[in-house]
Design a binder for this molecule. Sequence first.
Ligand SMILES: *Cc1c(COP(=O)(O)O)cnc(C)c1O
Length: 361
Amino acid sequence: MKRVYNFSAGPSVLPEWVLQKAAEEMLDYQGSGQSVMEMSHRSKVYEGIIQGCEALLRKTMNIPDNYKVLFLQGGASSQFAMIPLNLMNGTGKADFVLTGQWAKKAYSEAKKYGECRVIASSEDKVYTYIPKLDPASFTKDADYFHICLNNTIYGTVYHELPQTGNVPLIADLSSCILSEPIDVSKFGMVYAGAQKNMGPAGLTVAIIREDLIGHAREITPTMFDYKTHVDNDSMYNTPPTYAIYICGLVLEWLNDVVGGLDKMAQRNRAKAAMLYEFLDQSKLFRGTVVKEDRSIMNIPFVTGDEEMDKKFVKAAEAAGFVNLKGHRTVGGMRASIYNAMPIQGIQDLVDFMGKFEKENA
Ligand SMILES: *Cc1c(COP(=O)(O)O)cnc(C)c1O
């Protein structure tokens, strides 16, 4: 069996430990005589899986007791509508910072429901930086303030959160959740599609402060009301049972094999540093993001010559480094180096890039 190094932005690489454990348990989950895939979500044994997953997520992220954890479907993209339907219910105003396509989509969707303001945007430079924010410009009576913390496509991340005062800060964490510790209490809500750093596609995790729940607009579809899912422990309807099980295994791996979120963060920083250091000294490749806003999860880079980029992506794929092609709006390459990408994968990639550079000097 030969496994590639998969740099896909999502769905993305999973820890081999998790895949192996899932394979071992595929036909008979812990003596139940069935696969998790076949189980009733109302069974005792499944209850253990979903509750175990929530408990581990709470412990790993240090989620305060006054926050609910919801296991939803519909992707982060559904949250772009669910958030305004549930939270844009006071003045009907909300603030947005446009740092990429996902941030922009969240804004465009919310605009259908209320008065949305763009506080700042980095679109002028293809989202290669995080705009400086002046709290004086924020809407004082907004129902919420939305950011995308790590910008998957462009490779930027906030190193400092906007100071929104009493206005709940809401963040899309799809591509950085579980990559390093965050202080959940600084946010009204955070959410993430699972397929980048938590598990397979099909699961969306939302973590919401209790006081923000239960105020959905009357027209809100039952399935789009956070309260529906809170009242039913994410079991109003059939949850994405298998994806939740895998997410639980990913959390087990993060805690028991990696050693917790601090260790995970150290490892992620070391991985990113290795690639950035290479890019910064390379004469062929260069990173596209301003240094101070660089992400440790998604690293876009270019040669400056489209033909050379293509040649590199092709050669890399042949050598077992797959999904390095950049997003169509940025071009070039992007290495998504989520939690499950081993350090060796980055070491080997950097060696390969160095070799490619020499051969193409
Ligand atoms: C991938 C991604 C999304 C979209 O997620 P879906 O689950 O496909 O809807 C949204 N936001 C960010 C930051 C992402 O990386």
